[in-house]
Write a protein that binds this ligand. Structure first.
Ligand code: ADP
Ligand code: TPW
Length: 587
């Protein structure tokens, strides 16, 4: 069989210097350091000074996934980190490429996803004297406030330490985005091959267990056992921790109802009888002791106070007590008093709690469980009624009734989701059955994660991926459908096309020729976009057409984009968070 000779030497067969001494260089030391630490994939975009690096990495057996924009490569790295607990690697060129990747680093840090952005940079001497180099920028200084940590390596002999520090910073404690600055000059630096090899570090125990103190465990157990209306809230930290069996065992043993945050859906199946998601507003306002597991009391949980929590007004505390499991000690008391802080990794903390409750764990009072079940059943019945309707044109509900069935039939598929209404309705309608299968806009509610997350999810899991995308949301990363086709990934993108941001019905109040700021080209055919790259495009105007297309996409594993036509009057401004718009606050 004819094989193509790599144009560059791989890490194993280092070059000979004129002296006859074997040498290696910065390129190969970085590749070898990554490989030594189990990194097998790089998400990036080539250009000076890292083009050769991408070639050499591929030649050395790393999978190099090239994107059309660095932000998407960065989002891919971040979610690969979330799914695997290994830092996702994003590789970019200097200044503009670096800045494009930096949004993903900031988002990763915000969401506690471990990733490393590696960017080439220009000549230090020229950058520091601001003499105007090609793509000149003091990247390290700019990355620092947005990353969990940021490092620069100037000497080939320090590459091992630089990569090791970046890995540890990304995955230990609260995970986050790390920046590693590699100046162009470093790549070509040569050193003795043997010395180079010895300088590399295989990181031992990169994310050490953090065992909670016995007194802290007892405090938490006592509080939970004294509760009459206990509730557990699972966050994406719990999904990340991969302590699925312990968490399930604790929930089932105690019988405490639980609420999954968006990306914790499926940690236990959403159809689990203890899942209180369909009675969310009731349980948050009524619970007397709430245990947070890898979930922060940020805006997504109304900061732990106000009317959501049964408080008298928007700032008043409800009267509940909190247990919080988190690896970050500083998270405690960030919004309200945490009565029983349990600092440690979720696996260790939940195991300790399991041991603490022993075998005689008493179940919560029956009237609490009955009251929740009543609300839940009422709301589920109401939702079933709405989902059974078949309006023309299709709306979010009738389209999502299809998606819900497809996910139920394919519980191992990963669901990526962004948009406003397209996000909120999907989260509440589509049940998830397995851990880490729902990936979305996270803590910032950021648009643009869609195709980066979809590519990475398909690459690292090899499972089919379904991306439910608002038409506006899709636009942020839509060009990556070429990437999906190029790597022949089993991704089915469904664009919920309602002609605009939120809705497609706004009008220009002046009557002028420009459409309103939230309105797009009406009746756009997003399905044509993927056809340009050899993928399957489908125009679906009815639930039956949508169902057929999704079933075929999952069956064939072919890159597919379905343009799902949604009623342009459906949905609300900003989805569920209309109240955050400043004009909504005007009295
Ligand atoms: P959600 O948005 O789902 O509510 P957040 O992103 O707000 O979740 O919270 C995740 C929390 O999980 C963070 O405070 C983070 O420190 C914590 N965390 C992440 N990984 C672990 C782990 N392995 N053990 C304990 N806590 C963790
Ligand atoms: C990086 C603001 C929040 S949701 C959204 C925008 C622009 C798009 C909503 O329209 P879409 O969904 O996707 O068509 P739907 O179902 O309601 O019709 N820029 C960034 N992030 C955010 N969150 C915004 C802008 C926003």
């Amino acid at each position: 069989m004819g094989t193509v000779e790599p144009q560059v030497a791989s890490g194993q067969d280092a070059k000979m210097a004129s002296s006859g001494q074997e040498v290696t260089d910065g390129f190969h030391l970085v590749i070898d350091a990554l490989k030594l630490n189990g990194i097998d994939t790089i998400f990036g975009l080539p250009g000076i000074p890292i083009t050769d690096f991408t070639r050499m990495a591929q030649a050395a057996g790393l999978r190099v996934i090239s994107f059309r924009h660095e932000q998407n490569a960065g989002n891919a790295a971040a979610i690969a980190g979330f799914l695997t607990q290994k830092p996702g690697i994003c590789l970019t060129v200097s200044a503009p490429g670096f800045l494009n990747g930096l949004t993903a680093v900031a988002n990763a840090t915000t969401n506690c996803f471990p990733m490393i952005l590696i960017s080439g940079s220009s000549e230090r001497e020229i950058v520091d004297l601001q003499q105007g180099d090609y793509e000149e920028m003091d990247q390290l200084a700019i990355a620092k406030p947005l990353a969990k940590a940021a490092f620069r390596v100037l000497h080939a002999a320090d590459i091992g330490v630089g990569v090791a520090r970046a890995i540890r910073a990304a995955v230990s404690g609260r995970p986050g985005g790390v920046y590693l600055d590699l100046p162009a000059k470093l790549f070509a630096q040569t050193i003795d091959a043997e010395a180079g090899k010895k300088s590399l570090i295989k990181v031992v125990d990169p994310a050490p267990k953090q065992i909670p103190g016995a007194d802290a465990v007892k405090r938490a157990v006592d509080l939970l056992e004294g509760a009459t209306k206990p509730l557990i809230v699972l966050g994406k930290g719990a999904a990340y921790a991969q302590a699925d069996a312990e968490i399930r065992s604790f929930i089932e043993k105690t019988g405490i109802p639980y609420l999954p945050m968006s990306m914790a859906k499926g940690l236990l199946p959403d159809t689990h009888e203890q899942c209180a998601a369909a009675a969310r507003s009731y349980v948050l306002a009524e619970a007397d002791v709430v245990m947070l597991v890898g979930a922060r009391l940020n805006w997504l949980l109304s900061h732990g106070k106000g009317k959501t929590w049964g408080g008298k007004d928007h700032k008043a505390w409800g009267n509940q007590k909190f247990v919080q499991i988190d690896i970050s000690p500083q998270e405690m008391d960030s919004n309200v008093r945490i009565d029983a802080p349990l600092v440690g990794d979720i696996g260790s903390c939940v195991s300790a709690l399991l041991a603490g409750i022993g075998s005689n764990g008493s179940k919560p009072p029956a009237d609490w469980l009955r009251a929740i079940a009543e609300r839940k059943n009422k709301n589920l019945a109401k939702m079933a009624e709405t989902l059974a309707r078949d309006p023309t044109p299709m709306n979010f509900h009738s389209a999502l009734a299809v998606v819900r069935d497809i996910v139920k039939a394919n519980p191992d598929a990963i669901l990526v989701n962004e948009g406003a209404n397209a996000l909120d309705f999907t989260r509440s309608i589509v049940d998830m059955y397995e851990p880490r299968k729902r990936l979305d806009v996270g803590t910032w509610g950021i648009m643009g994660i869609g195709m980066g997350f979809a590519v990475a999810a398909a690459v690292v899991s090899r499972h089919p991926v379904i991306a439910i995308e608002g038409d506006s949301a899709f636009g942020f990363s839509g060009m990556e459908v070429e990437t999906i086709c190029r790597y022949d990934l089993p991704v089915c993108v469904v664009v919920f096309n309602n002609n605009g941001v939120y809705r497609g019905t706004d009008v220009n109040p002046t009557g002028g020729p420009d459409v309103a700021p939230t309105v797009f080209v009406k009746g756009a055919r997003y399905d044509k976009l993927i056809e340009a790259f050899g993928g399957v495009g489908v125009h679906a105007a009815t639930p039956a057409e949508l169902r057929k297309a999704m079933e075929e996409a999952i069956r064939s594993r072919k890159p597919t984009l379905i343009n799902a036509v949604i009623d342009e009057t459906a949905g609300t401004e900003s989805g569920r968070i209309t109240s955050l718009n400043p004009s909504a606050k005007k009295k």
